[in-house]
Design a protein around this ligand. Structure first.
Ligand code: ZN
Length: 208
C-alpha cells in the first residue's frame, strides 16, 4: 500500500471485508529490504480494529517481541531460519500475549518446524522468497501446504495455515484446496490498476 496514505488504504481494505491486516517487517539483514518497525504497527493499531498479523523478516526476532506485541500485534510470526531457540521464542510470544506463529522459506523443509507445531497458533508457508512484493508464486509450495495440512490435522487441528507470496485470483483456489485457511495478499489488493474492494471481491469470487 501507499505508505503516505496507509490509513486510507487500511480503511478501504476493512470496508472491503478483509479479515486481518498483515504487516511485513524487514530489517535489511534477514532480507535485503528495510521496511518499518513497531512505530508503524502502533500507528496501524490506532487505524483499525482488525487483528494485526505481524510477519518478522528480521534476525534475532526474540529481541523485539515485547516491542511488537505492545505496539499491537495480535499474531507474531518469526522465521525458523532466524531463530536459534525457536521453541523458547514462540513461548515468549505467547507469554507476551500474542498468538505465536512460525514461518519457513521456500527452501526450508517442513521437518524444521515439526517439533514446534504443538506450541503455535499459526504456521505460515512462504510461497515466494521473502524480501520483495510482487513476486510469482512458487508452485512447489502447494505440495508443502498439503503435507503441512496433514501434519496440523494430526498434531494441532485448530492451528491456522497461512500462505504468503504471489497469491492472486488465478491461484488462490489451488492454495485453499491444498489446505490453506488464511491468505495474505499484497499486490493482488493494492495496485494502481484496480480498486481495493474489486480486488478483494475477485479473490473471494475465485473461491466461490
Ligand atoms: Zn508477509
Amino acid at each position: 500500500a501507499d505508505l503516505l496514505r496507509l490509513g486510507e488504504a487500511i480503511a478501504q481494505a476493512e470496508a472491503a471485508g478483509v479479515d486481518f491486516i498483515h504487516l511485513d517487517i524487514m530489517d535489511g539483514r534477514f532480507v535485503p529490504t528495510i521496511t518499518f518497525g513497531p512505530l508503524m504497527v502502533s500507528a496501524v493499531r490506532r487505524a483499525t480494529k482488525l487483528p494485526i498479523d505481524v510477519h518478522l523478516m528480521i534476525v534475532e526476532p526474540e529481541r523485539h517481541i515485547d516491542a511488537f506485541v505492545e505496539a499491537g500485534a495480535d499474531v507474531l510470526t518469526v522465521h525458523v531460519e532466524a531463530c536459534v531457540h525457536l521453541h523458547g521464542t514462540l513461548q515468549s510470544i505467547a507469554a507476551a500475549g500474542a498468538t505465536p506463529s512460525v514461518t519457513l522459506n521456500p527452501a526450508t523443509p517442513l521437518v524444521a518446524i515439526e517439533e514446534v507445531i504443538p506450541v503455535v497458533g499459526q504456521v505460515l508457508v512462504m510461497s515466494v522468497n521473502p524480501g520483495y512484493g510482487g513476486q510469482t508464486f512458487i508452485p512447489s509450495a502447494l505440495d508443502k501446504i498439503r503435507r503441512l495440512r496433514a501434519l496440523l490435522d494430526e498434531r494441532n487441528p485448530t492451528c491456522r495455515l497461512e500462505v504468503d507470496g504471489g497469491i492472486k485470483p488465478g491461484n488462490i483456489r489451488r492454495v485453499v484446496e491444498a489446505g490453506a485457511d488464511t491468505i495474505v495478499a499484497g499486490s493482488a489488493i493494492y495496485s494502481d490498476d484496480h480498486r481495493v474492494d474489486d480486488a478483494v471481491q475477485k479473490l473471494r469470487d475465485a473461491l466461490a
